[in-house]
Structure formats: structure tokens, C-alpha cells
Write a protein that binds this ligand. Structure first.
Ligand code: PMP
Length: 407
């Protein structure tokens, strides 16, 4: 059989669905300056689906630094991987500053979050070791785990009884293999918005021997006194052995970093295939990340603005009668019931009638029959944006009820 023929025929829930929705539900184009008010298919919308948590993407001072850094360095410098020809003082300075910000000895810059976390997982364990990780872990963690040739045990999402069982099993395995245990959780789970139970997980350290890696993509910038993240917020940063975050959300750019003990960062620098065999992060990103980090450190203004919007949105949605689950982060899921068709109708009605742009999450990302409208508040949103959106949600209730009662 010809490979292309096979692929063209191949179906899958996401692909089948995508083909009939492209440009509207899948790959929609949001146009205009990044911010709470953009254009979708020529019409103005209030956007609630951008992870620009701190509203930095389009802040004039940030844009100026981005532009000047690009003019100064171009996009190429430095050429090559860090290890070969891509090392610079500025990369090292950013690493020192990120390590200090996270209260860790050392840090290593990564050119992308996704490949970064995959490669970290791959570098940390060998066939004798066991990985214990959360059922709702992000795809990049799951892909990292899939590179592991030893055993792995998954525990039910944020369920500490299930976690203990997985740890018991992992402990039995390493007693035989002589290996070690790596536990992985997220700082904030990006669909439900609940923080990983880092504090409870680290409390198991007194009875079990494991090292803890956290992926804090959504917590970095939004939680902790100055945005140091979920483990700071929960007061257990010292017990987190390896801290990872991406620049793709609160930093509103690209890149990522990992922070830990000096010797572990050294190990990662010499073993992470995604960094040894890939180009170093270009200079404008490094310079702009330093500037953004300084914003985190020097004031909590953006974070405070974000939380004001988050609190207004979350309490407003509850007051209007919507179910938002157990979020304790800015990620705000609105839980509804219905088919994929219902989800499309709701999203279309929101966009066309009320000018509200949210992302929707449906099967196969979540179980069949469940719909999540995912709302991401940012520091750039105003109370007016929140009010208009809440009015729209209020007016949408009969429409949603009718769909739910038919399904
Ligand atoms: N981990 C988590 C939890 C994420 O949500 C994401 C998506 N941004 C990534 C890793 C990948 O990061 P990046 O976009 O920087 O590749």
C-alpha cells in the first residue's frame, strides 16, 4: 500500500471533525493587535483564549524591547547548538537570573517548551528507573514518558490515594532493578485549571524515595509572590527537585527553562538531545526574556491586574449559574454537557450573536458528552470586557439549556 493513500484515507476524531470546521472551530484566524479585543472573520470579538496572562504581548515597552533586540541581533545569532557554537554571555546571564528567581542553584535555557520537557524526562531516567505521573499530564510529558524504556505508573488525576498506590508499585520495581523513581506533576493543569497537589506530593518524601519534576507552564508568572509559580504558591519550592516552565504563556514569547541543583543542570546540559542537537535560542528572545523577567521581579502590578480579572470572571460565572469546577488558577473552564454538534452551536452563537471568542474543548481531549468552554483571563482585559462577557453568558442560558435538555 502507498503510504500517502493510507494517510489520506485515515480518519480520526480530531481530523474528521477538523475538516468540516476548518477556519471556524479549528485553525481560526484572530486578527488585529494581540489583546482582549480582536477581529474574527471581520467582526470584533472579545478574546478569551490567549495565554498572554500578564498582558505583556502587546505592551508598548515590551514591543519596543522586542523590536530593538531584533534590530540589534537579527534572528540568527548565535548559530549552532549551545554546546557547539551557540553559547553567549547573555544566555548565561538569563540562566543565572532565572535560577535566582526560582530559588534554585542553576538553570538551563531551552529553545522550546514541548521538546524541552520531553527531553528532560528522557535525560533523567534509564531502563532501571520508574516514572510516576498524573493521568491528565500534558501531551509533552506523555511523549517524554513514551521515550522511557523502563516502567511507568500513572495515577488518577490529583488523587493522592491513587498516587500512593503508584508509588508503592514503583518502589517494588526499583527494589528489584536498583533504579530510582521520578514523579512528574504539573503546576497547573491547563484544562481544568486546578493546581497539581505539589504540597501533598512532597509530603510523601518522608516515606518514599523519589525526585519530583514539575511542569509549571501555566503557574509561571501567575502564581507565587512575583510569579515564581505554583510550587512557590504552595510554599514547597525547596522540595521541588526540578522546576520547568515555558516562555510561551506569561512571558508571551518562545523558549523555556529548567532549574535545579547545579550538578543536575550540568547533567541535563550534556544529555538533553533536544538541546545538544538543535539551535540555541536566538538572541532577541534571550534579551526580551531578561526584560520580561525584570517585569515579574520588579512589580506585581500585572499579576494583580490578572487576578482582579480572574476573580471577577470566576465569581461572575458562578453567580450567573455556571459550573467552573475546581480551578484555583486563572484557567477558567465552563463545564457544559452535550455533543460535539452542541458545542459547535454554542461557540457559534457566542461568537456571532455576542462577539465572545472562547476556545472549546471536546472529545477526544475530554470524555464524550462533556464540553468545556475554556476562558483565559489576562491582565489586559478590563472590567468592561468581563461585564459584557457575563451578560452574554447570562443571555446564553436558555439556548444552552435547550441544547442540554435535547441531548
Ligand atoms: N507543558 C505544558 C503544561 C503546556 O501547556 C505547554 C504548552 N504551551 C507545553 C509544555 C509546551 O510549551 P511550548 O509551547 O513552549 O512548546
Amino acid at each position: 500500500m502507498d503510504l500517502f493513500d493510507k494517510l489520506i484515507k485515515k480518519s480520526g476524531p480530531l481530523k474528521d471533525y477538523a475538516l468540516s470546521s476548518e477556519g471556524y472551530y479549528m485553525f481560526p484566524k484572530l486578527e488585529g493587535e494581540i489583546g482582549p479585543r480582536m477581529h474574527f472573520q471581520g467582526k470584533p470579538v472579545i478574546t478569551w483564549s490567549l495565554n498572554d496572562y500578564l498582558g505583556l504581548a502587546n505592551r508598548p515597552d515590551v514591543r519596543k524591547v522586542d523590536t530593538e533586540a531584533t534590530a540589534k541581533w537579527g534572528l540568527a545569532y548565535p548559530m549552532g547548538a549551545r554546546m557547539m557554537s551557540g553559547q553567549t554571555d547573555l544566555h548565561q546571564q538569563l540562566e543565572r537570573e532565572l535560577a535566582a528567581f526560582e530559588g534554585k542553584e542553576s538553570a538551563f535555557l531551552l529553545n522550546y517548551g514541548y521538546q524541552g520537557i520531553m527531553s528532560i524526562v528522557h535525560s533523567l531516567v534509564d531502563r532501571h528507573d520508574v516514572i510516576v505521573y498524573d493521568y491528565e499530564a500534558h501531551a509533552s510529558i506523555v511523549d517524554g514518558v513514551s521515550l522511557h524504556i523502563g516502567k511507568r505508573f500513572v495515577y488518577q488525576h490529583n488523587d493522592m490515594e491513587s498516587f500512593k498506590k503508584a508509588l508503592d508499585k514503583a518502589t517494588r520495581v526499583i527494589e528489584e532493578t536498583g533504579g530510582a523513581i521520578l514523579v512528574i506533576t504539573e503546576g497547573v493543569y491547563g484544562m481544568r485549571g486546578d493546581q497539581g497537589k505539589i504540597k501533598e506530593i512532597v509530603s510523601f518524601k518522608k516515606d518514599y524515595n523519589f525526585r519530583l519534576l514539575i511542569d509549571d507552564a501555566h503557574g509561571f508568572g501567575t502564581l507565587g509572590p512575583n510569579g515564581q509559580g505554583a510550587s512557590f504558591e504552595q510554599g514547597v519550592q525547596d522540595e521541588v527537585d526540578i522546576y520547568f516552565a515555558t516562555f510561551a504563556k506569561s512571558m508571551a514569547m518562545i523558549g523555556a527553562f529548567v532549574a535545579s541543583k547545579k550538578e543536575i543542570i550540568l547533567h541535563l546540559q550534556y544529555t538533553m538531545r533536544s538541546q545538544i542537537f538543535a539551535k540555541s535560542l536566538p538572541m532577541p528572545f534571550v534579551e526580551s526574556a531578561l526584560y520580561r523577567l525584570n517585569i515579574f521581579r520588579s512589580s506585581t502590578e500585572q499579576k494583580d491586574k490578572l487576578w482582579k480579572v480572574v476573580n471577577a470572571m470566576q465569581s461572575g460565572l458562578k453567580a450567573v449559574g455556571y459550573e467552573i469546577g475546581v480551578t484555583n488558577s486563572p484557567v477558567t473552564p465552563v463545564y457544559l454537557k452535550g455533543s460535539i454538534e452542541d458545542a459547535r452551536n454554542i461557540v457559534e452563537e457566542m461568537r456571532e450573536k455576542y462577539g465572545i471568542f472562547t476556545s472549546m474543548v471536546v472529545y477526544p481531549v475530554i470524555p464524550k458528552g462533556m464540553i468545556i468552554l475554556r476562558i483565559i483571563p489576562t491582565a489586559a482585559h478590563t472590567m468592561q470586557d468581563v461585564e459584557e462577557t457575563l451578560v452574554a453568558f447570562e443571555k446564553m442560558k436558555p439556548f444552552i439549556k435547550a441544547l442540554e435538555s435535547n441531548s
